[in-house]
Design a protein around this ligand. Structure first.
Ligand code: FUB
Ligand code: ZN
Length: 653
């Protein structure tokens, strides 16, 4: 890791601000998404999702829980972690307000902050389900109580608010809560951990915002205490809580996916701030293992519904994919930290995969519904959930306006609202573009020189990315461009129309090309990525999809969707001798209106199946085959036109 110590900065809208690392993050103030795929979703979050979340949280009494201030709370409604949903909503509102300030949103954040402050005990403790009259005692249920988890989300909301508008009362509430945590669980406190990690990355980030060493020390202490089975035995095992082995001794992520990923994110924060390269190396190893053996093609993680957990290596069944949206968001959190620490483009590839294929899939077109679990194979047509219906419990099922466990909505909102911060980062004298979309970048190099870039592209529909230098003040500097792993060696590059090498030493093993020169305003770099559709084959050890094939186009995973199940997708086989092709039925004008409609076609057969009383036999099954052309759509678009079946992996002929 390059070690560049940097002073903490409070504003600028960066979700994560490590004091050292290979890349320096740029914030909402330096990178603006100006159009395209993610701009449409940012608009949706700001215009619909945040208000939708607020309406439901008011209706269900989750915001009201903060009002009772020590009165009998026996009628408090919702699960133990509903406070966290209100905090996550405030975090998302803060990023959105940083992206596009509005007085109304600002007032709303202030009003909710007043609610939180009113519910906070004199010693800083703040949780609406514990410690009040008629309630369970504070910290009496560390496995399931989520008290420190909720505190973590309060801290992250305050970090977002502080980094977008400067410190205010929310930071005061958060610091009082964090001080309470340090006093209760400090070096002389009980050697216990919260069943749901989250306090760890939150304390580390609060330390970065406030320069308070004790918060970082407390995060490190919680990490050291985990893995010693301090939580009571449970049917899911200690691994569910990542409390089975000390964090440095583990070789993979395991147990509850969101818990494991949040914990790893906190571990990277602590490793980076304390210069603990062993700890950093341990997390890199665990993530590598998890990506190689426990991750869906979509980038989704978690294949077990019962405990929302990772399965064993290669246990990745499509029709039982859990792939919780929150696990996708947590993967982005972790990959982003590792990208900043190491500079490895591989992590930006992971972020891209998860964004397009998990996060974008979850969010409904109206911004008011979402998938909790993101299956890769829907066998029966999905139901349509009425706007006012809450899904009880959690997990699978269609996009729904609300779940009893509604963790995913706030996570999606806070990530998308802050997404421009994940588009670019800098070294001392280079600006690196990490995600592609219409964007404006304006920042200063380490020596203070102002630089600016304007990016225009139809990505991910098209592979062309045009970058214009809008500001420069002399001297050499560099523009780094990520070369996604899926692009292989097919990328091409021109600078002011002159072709440049995009291979060998120009790229190395890091997955990026850097154009260095004495730029002049108006200079133009054009990158072409080979975005045509391609077949993707699974590792044969993923038994559930052995002999199947998927189709990807650039960063997008495609799927077959059958509206009203008119086409029985379980009888389709794909002929891989014929390459997949862009489907031309959409006219250029239509495509302009809705670019996300682009589809791909593959040659296939439809196989006859006879009804059988026993689905096994002494001869290979399979009847007559009728040739057909199968049209595939981006996976993130499935389930939007009505009840449908769907599958990503298709058997080969
Ligand atoms: O327990 C809080 C959140 O609810 C978890 O992160 C999600 O997996 C869901 O169970
Ligand atoms: Zn969730």
């Amino acid at each position: 890791m390059t070690v560049t110590a940097r002073p903490a900065d409070l504003t600028g809208g960066r979700p994560v601000v490590p004091s050292r690392g290979a890349l320096r993050p740029l914030g909402l103030a330096e990178v603006r998404i100006t159009g395209g795929f993610w701009s449409r979703r940012q608009h949706l979050i700001g215009s619909a999702t945040l208000d939708h979340g607020r309406v439901w949280m008011d209706k269900l009494g989750w915001t009201g829980s903060f009002l009772r201030d020590g009165d009998a709370n026996a009628d408090r409604r919702g699960r133990e972690f509903t406070d966290s949903e209100v905090y996550k909503l405030v975090e998302a509102m803060s990023w959105e307000n940083g992206r596009q300030p509005t007085p109304g949103r600002d007032r709303e954040i202030a009003e909710l902050t007043t609610l939180f402050a009113g519910a906070q005990a004199a010693d800083g403790y703040l949780h609406t389900a514990f410690g009040g009259p008629g309630q369970r005692a504070r910290y009496s249920d560390l496995s399931w109580g989520h008290e420190l988890y909720c505190t973590g989300h309060l801290l992250q909301a305050a970090v977002a608010r502080t980094r977008t508008t400067g410190g205010d009362d929310l930071l005061t509430v958060a610091q009082r809560a964090a001080d309470h945590v340090c006093e209760t669980f400090g070096p002389d406190g009980p050697a216990v951990v919260c069943g749901h990690p989250e306090i760890e990355p939150a304390l580390a980030e609060l330390a970065r915002v406030t320069s308070e060493q004790r918060y970082l020390d407390q995060a490190a202490l919680f990490l050291r205490r985990r893995g010693h089975r301090s939580l009571p035995p449970h049917q899911f095992g200690w691994s569910y809580f990542s409390d089975d082995v000390p964090i440095r001794q583990a070789h993979t992520f395991r147990g509850h996916a969101v818990r494991a990923l949040y914990l790893a994110a906190g571990a990277v924060d602590v490793a980076v701030e304390t210069g603990d390269d062993d700890l950093l190396g341990a997390i890199i190893e665990q993530f590598d293992h998890t990506l190689a053996r426990r991750t869906y093609l979509t980038g989704g993680m978690g294949s077990r519904h019962e405990d929302e957990a990772f399965g064993d290596d290669f246990v990745l069944p499509s029709d039982r994919a859990y792939s919780e949206t929150c696990a996708g968001v947590a993967t982005v959190m972790l990959a982003w930290r590792l990208l900043l620490a190491t500079g490895r483009s591989r992590y930006a590839d992971v972020i891209e995969r998860v964004l397009y294929n998990v996060v974008a899939t979850s969010l409904g077109d109206d911004g008011r519904s979402f998938f909790y679990a993101n299956t890769l194979h829907q066998r029966t047509p999905t139901a349509v959930v009425p706007d006012d219906q809450e899904q009880l419990g959690f997990g699978g099922g269609p996009r729904a306006p609300w779940f009893e466990v509604s963790c995913c909505l706030g996570n999606t909102a806070r990530l998308i609202a802050s997404l421009s911060a994940y588009f670019a980062a800098a070294t001392d004298d280079e600006v690196h573009l990490l995600q592609y979309g219409d964007a404006e970048v304006r920042t200063r190099l380490a020596d203070g020189r102002p630089v600016g870039l304007s990016v225009t592209t139809a990505y991910p529909d098209s592979g062309g990315v045009r970058i214009r230098v809008t500001e420069t003040s002399g001297g050499e500097w560099g523009v780094g461009l990520r070369l996604p792993n899926w692009a292989g060696s097919g990328a091409t590059l021109t600078v002011n129309g002159v072709p440049q090498p995009v291979s060998g030493d120009a790229v190395g093993s890091v997955g990026r090309v850097v154009v260095r020169r004495q730029f002049r305003a108006g200079d133009e770099i054009v990158l072409w990525l080979p975005i045509h559709p391609r077949f993707t084959h699974p590792d044969p050890r993923i038994d559930a999809v052995r002999d199947c094939v998927a189709v990807e186009r650039g960063p997008i995973v495609l799927c077959a969707e059958s509206l009203d199940a008119q086409l029985d997708l379980d009888r389709v086989r794909v002929d891989t001798a014929v390459l997949p092709a862009d489907y031309a039925a959409v006219s250029p004008a239509e495509h302009e209106k809705n670019p996300e409609q682009s589809t791909v076609s593959v040659s296939a057969v439809l196989e006859q199946t006879a009804p059988a009383a026993w689905p096994y036999g002494d001869a290979a099954a399979g009847g007559a085959r009728t040739p057909t052309t199968l049209r595939l759509i981006p996976y993130h678009r499935w389930g939007r036109q009505g009840p449908a079946t769907m599958r990503i992996w298709l058997p080969k002929t």
